[in-house]
Write a protein that binds this ligand. Structure first.
Ligand code: FE2
Ligand code: FE2
Length: 423
């Protein structure tokens, strides 16, 4: 009696070990190997193997073995009907051929199994599917298996079967997730290529400001990155920059390319482009929010004197303010038919004069910081400077100009914040 209790305690302990092994985060093969060792150790069996079904094939794959000679692994197959039959068939003794469900299987494999001195076949299942077979040799003591032994064996094999099944499911899920990731990446690439093609189409129409959309995209990206935004948000800002003038596609080419300052009527026509851009972009499902709104609002001003909607302050989304600054910076630093570009000193003056009325102070500071890092060599990649003419900067003069502007705007922001606190 005592010996039976001891055995039971031993078996339960082993089962607990097995459960832990299966639930552990270690490698799959390691899990199966250890599980087989626990099973063999618990019942003092000399040899055995775990043979797993392979999806889409009759062949069984040996995924763990112990105590078997050079002839192993032997090639075992399980047909589709057998996979069904084995599910509720219990186990089978190889020499006795005592289970009719296994008769065809043993016709094919009895000799090989006996040559390997394997005596028991125990089917493994997981969620109503055969996940494989565990094949086992005799006990080290040569005693026959008792009913208790078989019960413990069934329980352990069930555990291993569920472990294998779960592993397979996880594998499938990972594969699907990987496929989805790849598809998503492909779609993003297609989307980005399309956006670039759009930007090129806009810029081709506007012969004087060639490359404008692309530059605005790049400046917007630099600003968002300087603000510490996530990669996805940074990408979204680049797209918004590329597409901000898409509405120009519906404005007459002569107006866009007029080699002189246009009259009020033409100006009204040109000013349709933000709203037209919104119309063009709205039906498209963008992976980033607000792209159509950024096109619509990029000529709005914080003081309410912009167009088309005359929005004020907080009514203008933050992303729009980035595009507005990027857009204006490019307009100031490129030659137009009726005006040459501004010197860098003048650009800084313009920033200073219009921050708070046209430009957002935080955006101006972020842009100036990013540029300062490039000018001083604090960052290697000169993303802004690359887009400007080589001789545009007098580097020595640019540093104090940018530093002063940043300090000035930073202290303004702080005093505004303090005033806000007092109020
Ligand atoms: Fe515009
Ligand atoms: Fe623009």
């Amino acid at each position: 009696m005592e010996s039976n209790t001891e055995k039971l305690v031993h078996a339960f302990g082993a089962l607990a070990d097995l459960g832990q092994e299966i639930a552990s985060e270690g490698g799959f093969s390691e899990m199966v190997r250890t599980s087989l060792h626990v099973l063999l150790g618990t019942l003092a069996i000399r040899r055995g193997a775990v043979m797993a079904c392979t999806p889409g094939s009759d062949a069984l794959e040996c995924i763990a073995l112990w105590g078997l000679g050079d002839g192993f692994p032997i090639q075992l197959t399980v047909t589709a009907p057998e996979r069904e039959q084995f599910l509720g068939a219990g186990l089978c003794r190889v020499t006795q051929n005592d289970n009719s469900s296994f008769s065809h299987f043993l016709n094919r494999h009895q000799t090989e199994l006996q040559n390997s001195r394997l005596e028991l076949i125990v089917p493994m299942a997981g969620r109503g599917e055969l996940s494989g077979l565990v094949v086992l040799g005799r006990k080290a003591s040569d005693e026959p298996f008792t009913e208790d032994d078989l019960e413990v064996m069934r329980a352990m094999v069930r555990h291993i079967g569920v472990g294998i099944h779960t592993h397979r499911l996880l594998g499938q899920i990972e594969q699907r997730a990987e496929e989805n990731r790849r598809l998503y990446e492909e779609m993003r690439t297609i989307y980005k290529d399309t956006v670039r093609a759009f930007a090129a189409a806009i810029d081709v129409k506007d012969k004087y400001t060639k490359g404008h959309s692309e530059r605005v995209g790049k400046y917007s990206e630099v600003i968002a990155r300087e603000l510490g935004w996530t990669e996805e948000a940074v990408e979204g800002m680049a797209i918004a920059g590329y597409l901000h003038d898409v509405g120009k596609l519906v404005v007459e080419r002569d107006i866009i390319n007029a080699p002189y300052k246009i009259d009020a009527k033409a100006s009204k026509e040109l000013n349709r482009h933000p709203a037209a851009g919104f119309e063009i972009l709205s039906p498209i499902h963008h992976p980033y929010a607000d792209i159509p709104l950024m096109a619509r609002y990029h000529h709005e001003r914080l003081d309410g004197r912009g167009y088309p909607d005359g929005l004020r302050g907080d009514e203008i989304p933050f992303g729009v303010r980035i595009v507005t600054l990027a857009d204006s910076f490019d307009a100031m630093t490129t030659d137009r038919p009726y005006k040459t570009r501004l010197s860098f000193e003048h650009v800084i003056q313009d920033f200073r004069r219009n921050t708070g009325t046209q430009f957002d102070s935080k955006v101006v500071v972020a842009f100036s910081r990013a540029l300062l890092k490039e000018v001083t060599g604090a960052v290697k990649e000169r993303r802004i400077m690359k887009l400007l003419n080589k001789n545009y900067f007098d580097l020595d003069r640019a540093v104090p100009l940018l530093t002063n502007l940043i300090t000035e705007l930073d202290s303004n922001t702080q005093s505004t914040a303090a005033a806000g606190t007092l109020a």
